[in-house]
Design a protein around this ligand. Structure first.
Ligand code: PLP
Length: 400
């Protein structure tokens, strides 16, 4: 017997985006003016009233352990938020606060998934989902959503993927990477299919909820008591409040038992999320939402600008996003063409050549289950958007 490693850790795929990020950082350190469309976080600073909340916590001795699943005051603020914004009623003992929504998703899957269970993921998907499912011993089953459908799942395709081994489905609206937003009809159609599979859990990742430019957010859990009873709602502070580094996310469970199981795991994994950040999150949620509105307005302008410019670039096509801060760009019309003697065969090749020649970082979407696409984030200034898209246009023109 050699000194082996666990199958669990060996099956996890390293992020495909790392190579581009590494290249981008290397160029920046050499003083090159790189435009990055890679970022997955708001470029705004955390609003001042939230920072003041954290300072208050520091000055008033809130620097100790809290209950592992979160402070009573933060859980109360979360319950009020879910009721106010989503029409969902929870008691604090149904809420578990974790180190970011990613951790909440991990805890949820740990509690639900047995070895070999299938978890349905709609592609294009946030690349972390299949990896988390694998780590928890499950099997990720993908259902493809098509650009011509605005990346909204077709109910009959979803139905075909469901079977007796399906343990859960992960829904993500607004979606990373597509920016798709499920409207009332879309989400009701999903719920209708799920009616015939009552044992399947729904994990609703609603982290981009506040960043919607067309339509409104409807939590699937709010559609009916039956949906509430089978849904774990995941949300967090990162995207809405520009608080990515504070690491606060949460899960709202339909029963106290589920919340207790998640809390039990977390009590041994990490204990409580950072105490000062919890106080800051409570301050954020109890605030008036003005800072969210201002960020959303700016994102909305950038989205329009980006979409307008991209529409004029030849040989690429886009699906206009309705939420989050990403645009998916189909670059497959350029596959098998040549840039300065090198053949472009994949979105990965495209991204590599783009950063090396025109110093623009974009995310190739193989890891998101969308091989033909690259993802551009508009969480960057309007000046950078103009400059970066000009360079992309020049790059594309050179591809023959
Ligand atoms: C779809 C989606 N869910 C969850 C997260 C995790 O957010 P956090 O762990 O920062 O709360 C992200 C972050 O990129 C995301 O894109």
């Amino acid at each position: 017997m050699g000194k082996g490693f666990s199958k669990r850790s060996l099956t996890v795929s390293p992020s495909l985006t790392l190579a581009i990020t590494a290249k981008s950082n290397e160029l920046i350190s050499q003083g090159v003016d790189v435009v990055s469309f890679g970022v997955g976080e708001p470029d705004f600073n955390t609003p001042q009233y939230i920072i003041d909340g954290a300072k208050y916590a520091l000055d008033h001795g809130m620097t100790k352990y809290t209950a592992s699943g979160g402070t009573p005051a933060l859980k109360k603020a979360i319950c009020e938020k879910l009721s106010r914004d989503n029409g969902l009623n929870y008691k604090p003992n149904q809420i578990v606060v974790s180190n970011g929504a990613k951790h909440s998703l991990f805890n949820t899957l740990q509690v639900l998934v047995e070895e070999g269970d299938e978890v349905i993921i709609l592609s294009p998907y946030w690349l972390t989902y299949p990896e988390l499912v694998k780590i928890c011993g499950g099997k990720a089953v993908t259902v493809e959503c098509l650009p011509e459908d605005g990346f909204i799942v077709r109910p009959e395709k979803l139905r075909a993927a469901l079977n007796q081994n399906t343990k859960a489905i992960i829904l993500n609206s607004p979606n990373n990477p597509t920016g798709a937003v499920y409207d009332k009809n879309d989400i009701s159609a999903v719920a209708e299919v799920l009616k015939d599979f009552p044992d399947v859990w729904v994990i609703a990742d609603e982290i981009y909820e506040k960043l919607i430019y067309e339509g409104e957010h409807i939590s699937i859990a709010s559609l009916s008591q039956q949906m509430y009873d089978r849904t774990i709602v995941i949300n967090g502070m990162s995207k809405a409040y520009a608080m990515t580094g504070w690491r606060i996310g949460y899960a709202a469970a339909p029963t106290v038992q589920i919340a207790k199981l998640m809390d039990g795991l977390q009590s041994h994994e990490t204990s409580n999320a950072n105490t000062i950040a919890q106080y800051a999150a409570q301050t954020a949620l109890n605030g008036n939402g003005d800072s969210i509105d201002a960020m959303k307005e700016e994102f909305s302008k950038r989205r329009d600008m980006m979409v307008d410019i991209l529409a004029k670039i030849e040989n690429v096509s886009i699906v206009k996003p309705k939420g989050a801060f990403y645009v998916m760009v189909d670059v497959s019309a350029l596959f098998n063409k040549t840039f300065r003697g090198t053949k472009i065969e994949t979105a990965n090749n495209f991204a590599k050549l783009l950063i090396e020649s025109y110093y623009v970082a974009v995310i190739p979407c193989e890891g998101f289950g969308a091989e033909k696409f690259i993802r551009l984030s508009y969480a960057t200034s309007r000046e950078k958007i103009t400059e970066g898209l000009k360079r992309i246009n020049d790059f594309v023109k050179e591809i023959k």
